[in-house]
Design a binder for this molecule. Sequence first.
Ligand code: ADP
Ligand code: ZN
Length: 722
Amino acid sequence: MSRARVLLLNAALGPLDYRVPREMAVEPGSIVLAPLGPRQIVGVVWEPEHMPSNAEVGDNRLRNLIGVYDLPPIAAPLRRLIEWTADYYLAPPAAVLRMALSSASALEGGRTVIEYRATGLVPDRLTPQRAQALERIGERQGLVRELAAIADVSDGVIRGLVKAGAIRAVEVAVDDPFPIPDPIHAPPALSPEQRDAAEIIAAAVHARAFDPMSLDGVTGSGKTEVYFEGITAALEAGRQALVLLPEIALTEPFLKRFEARFGHLPVAWHSDLRQSQRRRAWRAIGNGEAKVVVGARSALFLPYRNLGLIVVDEAHETSFKQEEGVMYHARDVAVMRASFENIPIVLASATQAIETRQMVEIGKYRELKLPGRYGAAQLPEISIIDLTQDPPPRQRWLAPTLVKALDETIGRGEQALLFLNRRGYAPLTLCRHCGHRFRCPNCTAWMVEHRLTARLACHHCGHIMPPPAACPECHAEDSLVACGPGVERIADEVAALLPEARAAIVTSDTIWSPAKAAEFVNRMEAGDIDVVIGTQLVTKGYHFPNLTLVGVVDADLGLQGGDLRAAERSFQQIAQVAGRAGRGTKPGRVLLQTREPGAPVIQALVSGDAEGFYAAETESRREAGAPPFGRYAAIIVSSEKLEEAVETARLIGRTAPEAEGMIVFGPAPAPLAMLRGRHRQRLLVHARRALDVQDVIRTWLGALEWPRGVRVAVDVDPYSFL
Ligand code: ADP
Ligand code: ZN
């Protein structure tokens, strides 16, 4: 080949052609370094027929490629996945490619990296910043920049600590091989139902063909043990396995469990990795030495050498949907990857998404069922606390019945979990004199009080401010009142009612890294915590055998401001949190506080009639032509200037093409009308399943122009309607 088309790592550019110097050998997938103006840029050689260019250049004007990396080429199945993802989600192929290639340093490889860690020495001059840095860094290790980020101080502070001898350099080899998990280290004796499911998955791995499976088993039925047998099959066949988890907080308990089963840790891939870890993992994934990878959704695009199985755990989780950049749904892309790789994929959940159930229904996915909990464990009994009959006292949120149950549980030496999906102390703060409400200056959102850190925070943009002593409107002092509960307020209530109880708050504010999650799990397992008060972060994955009571503080919360999936999501969330109770030998109990005991979601949970609930939900989706029976795409227009956003949204609305089976709603101001200082307008495209709505939108928006400050994002299959 003397001429090569190259997809460059720059989303603003289309693919470009280069000349391949005579002494250089490239093939489709080769990772190359190319000149771009005065700079050099990484790219991947692509088949021209798969990556059309609109900048055809004659042979004589081509520039030479600079070099080829000594790495395996990006394989055809991953190239097809990158094209598919870009096409389906209307994203630049380069933006998708970026998820497959790690940092430039990973491409180079073969070197050592200098990292830093604390020596234990306390410097003579211990400024508050230095103290904070040493405290937060603890045992951790990383580049100066990474330690500065962990400690929330400047690079200079870290360098000062290095000079003072409190932090020292360590040389890290970045290409050490990973140990290979051992399939026969500690295999469990599976129950007959588990064995049946495990055998089907293992057979599928050996068959090496696309084979999507829904592993549908109640919480605690041993889904993890079952898909571990699929991983065993992949290891035996010398192939790699990928397990996707919805939250990085779940990685740590998973790693422990995996290690107990296979004798070694799998390779983790998530945003909290240090650069040296990321680089080592990426290279080992590419050369096939990393046998089992567990990761967040971004692990999906890595260049596996020899993938044999994909597992998506907690497959119903909406956090698999990426809401920024390339707005893809990792569950859907995972199925596509399995299809291009021609391998099986297991979607595991106790509360499968309606989309997945429908695929089973029409025979596209196989279904593997685990109907009961493993061993002696029983599903917990779920009952209602009707807040209209059994209300808590004023300014309290726990009904007497729930408090009594908490007291009894702790009295027996067991653990309890209170679930409220609201971070902070109170969702709204206002002035009792003038009624002034604290709003975020950048977003259409209230500032949420966080007492633990003594600040008001916007949960959308991260804007923070200290709680003011006086009302900024009427200047009355000490006039601010907190309205409604968040987890911190519930913790205060527990402390007031049960002063002996040892409580822990579990939210993304307290569990912000895998290390923090590990610490929490250890404290739970050691019995150092009596009551966990947590947000959705504690609803999934965790297995605490001594946890026997779950109290849902506000079972109606998920239904408020409902979008099309509100009821389904509410059902899944409560069923999952309920599933944390009674996972050991002691029976579990779940109490739902509600003002609407008759609501279908609540009734389905109490009666255990998940099938009936799903059937009714599915029917109403079918009638509305909502997913999975029809499709949506949202068009979100934003600008710092309101006028521009409105004008552009109107232009888009006015030029909407006529297509059969397609309706365009809007534009209208988004419910989150302002986000990070940008005004937002939305349009919603509703189309029947068979319509190539991406193609319609591409042509439609491609013909329009808007001012430079305007951003137009298309969210295909949206999960958020804000
Ligand atoms: P799920 O993922 O379905 O919620 P888990 O895989 O977490 O369920 O299993 C629940 C608990 O039961 C775990 O502690 C697990 O180790 C245990 N368990 C499940 N199956 C077996 C088995 N066959 N032998 C031993 N322990 C098992
Ligand atoms: Zn904000």
